[in-house]
Design a protein around this ligand. Sequence first.
Ligand code: C5P
Length: 312
Amino acid sequence: MLSVVPTPITVRVPAKVNLHLSVGDTREDGYHELVTVFQALSMTDEVTVHIADEPGIEVRGEGADSVPTGPSNLAWKAVRALAERCGRDPDEPGVRVSINKGIPVAGGMAGGSADAAAALLALNHLWRLEMGRDELAGIAADIGSDVPFALQGGTALGTGRGEQLIPVLARHTFHWVIALDRRGLETPGVFSELDRLREESRPNRVGEVEPVLEALASGDPRQLALLLGNDLQAAAVSLRPGLRRTLRAGVQAGALAGIVSGSGPTCAFLCTDADAAVRVAAELSGAGVCRTVRVAQGPVPGARLVTDDRAD
Ligand code: C5P
């Protein structure tokens, strides 16, 4: 009998930066209450899923060697979660996942979460499940706090663990320079370090989120630059003191402002326009304060099929 093997499905998915990250109290489940503004950036991973006799995961590209290919990989958790939801055997899902990394690994840009979001969307098509974005977002939230945003993209206000999202109007495109560090930082360790710092002293906290939303709506990068803030920055800098030098070097190179991205150690620098970003990137890469430098723009859309460029 002739059997038709579905063609592989590829999804492109963006990195994120937190323009504002306010970390509140620790909840009973161990997570911290957050108020954050995410922006999706034009640094992407590509995730391909295909039917295979030998299920599993393979990773290539930027930092691939340090990405786990076992059950702790978030994309694999996504495969298992979706298999379970639709009544397939989660231990033998019959798919292979190939990840091509463009997002820094353990960099505070939600690369692992992005791969999980991409795997959900790709499998939804490969298995012809026809789940809507809301249903996928519900599964995404169980996999990790940043996974729903990677599906949604754009600019969004996140509350709860960061998984409850409201889209935010961002006029114009913002231009960023991204400085990648030599080694990653583990997110739980950075949250614990903030808890420790808060027991010891009173590190500064970011202000209210409303002015950030107003600056985004105005589209003025100078206004937004004054308001960038991240409560996790003190903790990331405490664990990686060299980040202070990186942050200073970006501003000296001509950026409007710099910030640690999420739990770090990646630093993101907001620039006036695309030309300025190229100039800042060139100068920063010569300053010897980071492993490599990229230019990126935001906001960009969330996870999307690249196979045929349909929106969902
Ligand atoms: O949700 P996710 O698995 O991405 O979170 C990774 C870790 O980051 C959690 O285990 C927790 O230590 C920390 N975290 C937190 N509060 C949040 C989000 C993450 O403490 N809102």
